[in-house]
Design a protein around this ligand. Sequence first.
Ligand code: GDP
Ligand code: MG
Length: 163
Amino acid sequence: PLPTVAIIGRPNVGKSTLFNRLVGKRLALVDDQPGVTRDRREGDANLLGLEFRIIDTAGFEDEDPQSLPGRMRQQTEAAVMDADVALFMIDARAGVTPLDEEIARWLRAADRPVVVLANKAEGRAGETGVIEAMAFGFGDPVPLSAEHGEGVVDLFDALRPFV
Ligand code: GDP
Ligand code: MG
C-alpha cells in the first residue's frame, strides 16, 4: 500500500487547493456517510514522481463529538493518526492565528511526524508568516503557493523522508 499523507489546517488556508493540485484527475471521493466523512477526500498523489495516498481533511473547530463540526474534527484527528506524515498548512499572509496554535498543540500531543506548509507565499508574500511558523517547533516551514504551483521542489524534499 502507498504511504499516506494527511493535510490539516484551519479553514481557507488552501488545503483543498493543494490536494487538487497533487491528485489532479485521480480524485476518489470516499464514503458518503452523512456528517461523518463529509469533506474527507482522498486520492493518489504524484509529486515529481513521489507517489502517496493523500487525505484532505476538513474541520478542527469543535470538540463536542455530538455536533457535526465535532464529528468532522474526529475524522481529521483520525486521518492524522493513521497517516505517515501530517502536512500542517497555515496561511503565510495571515500569519499564525489562535486556531493555528490550537492545531499545533494538538499535533504536538499527537506526536506524529509533521511538515509545516506556509501557503499563499507566492512571490515574496508571507515572509513574516513563514518566520512566525518556525515557532511551532516542527522544523522549518515550507513556503508554498498551492494555487500558483510554487514551492513544489521544497515540498518534495520535505516529504521524501516520510513517504
Ligand atoms: P481550505 O479550506 O483549506 O481547503 O482552502 P481552499 O483550498 O478551499 O482555498 C481557500 C482559498 O484560498 C481559495 O479562495 C483559494 O483560491 C485560495 N488559495 C489557495 N491557495 C492559495 C495560494 O497559494 N495563494 C493564494 N493567494 N490563494 C490561495
Ligand atoms: Mg477544503
